[in-house]
Write a protein that binds this ligand. Sequence first.
Ligand code: SAM
Length: 257
Amino acid sequence: MNDPGPRFWEIFFEVYESLPRQGPGNRDCAAKALRLCVDLPSAPKILDLGCGVGGQTLQLAEMTPGSILAIDSHAPSIERLMARLAEHDLSRRVQAQVGDMAHLTLSPQSFDLIWSEGALYNIGIAHALRVCHGLLRPGGYLAFTDAVWRRDDPPPEIKASFDLDYPTMGTAADVVMAIQQGGFELVGRFTLPDEAWWDDFYSPMELRISELRGKYGKDVEALAILDQIALEPEMHRKYSDFYAYEFFVARRPESKG
Ligand code: SAM
């Protein structure tokens, strides 16, 4: 993707960092995926990769008494998450760190559960699955979401839009195949409902864009950037039949013998 330039990124983050989540997802879906991870230890060790500002991290912390290490490569998101952890008195049980999931220096086989909503694709799903397989103990779970095509005839406008950010995006069946080829067993999967796109993501995004239109008043460049960012929820209104976010829950098999 051509770099749209520093002004774009400044305004992009001004929109995105203020949202409860930086991608589709909600508490009900996280709870449903967590229920698929049967027989976790009573206080599991959890790694949340590409945590953003920690929407799902805080929900996981409510839903399990385990310890969580949340990692994201974007330092301002980690700063926001650290502030929220302090507010909720969670800083001892939940750690937040800046890091690149492709270059982690964590001990092998040291997690019971790896969670990642909308982030693994950034380093390629096959690569991410290798990383996760190495970090999970045998019998440990990987729960992640990924964008998938639902139909093989997407209109050129939506195809071109995903081609910019996720050119290798496949179908849910392609991801299942990658999971199995990566040495995992598929435990379950489900499609995120439409409210998981809107409640914590696109509705607050549209609200934030409209606030910033007020803030930027006559700044034509900033307004054009906001128009560009606003296209994403608009595209979703038009084309959501053609793609989805899928939750996948997979398990590293127990060691034999
Ligand atoms: N999981 C969060 C959520 O659902 O709200 C954030 C999802 S957002 C779509 C993807 C996140 O992955 C961003 O916060 C981005 O900074 C992070 N990310 C991208 N590449 C990364 C990498 N190589 N290592 C760690 N985080 C990364």
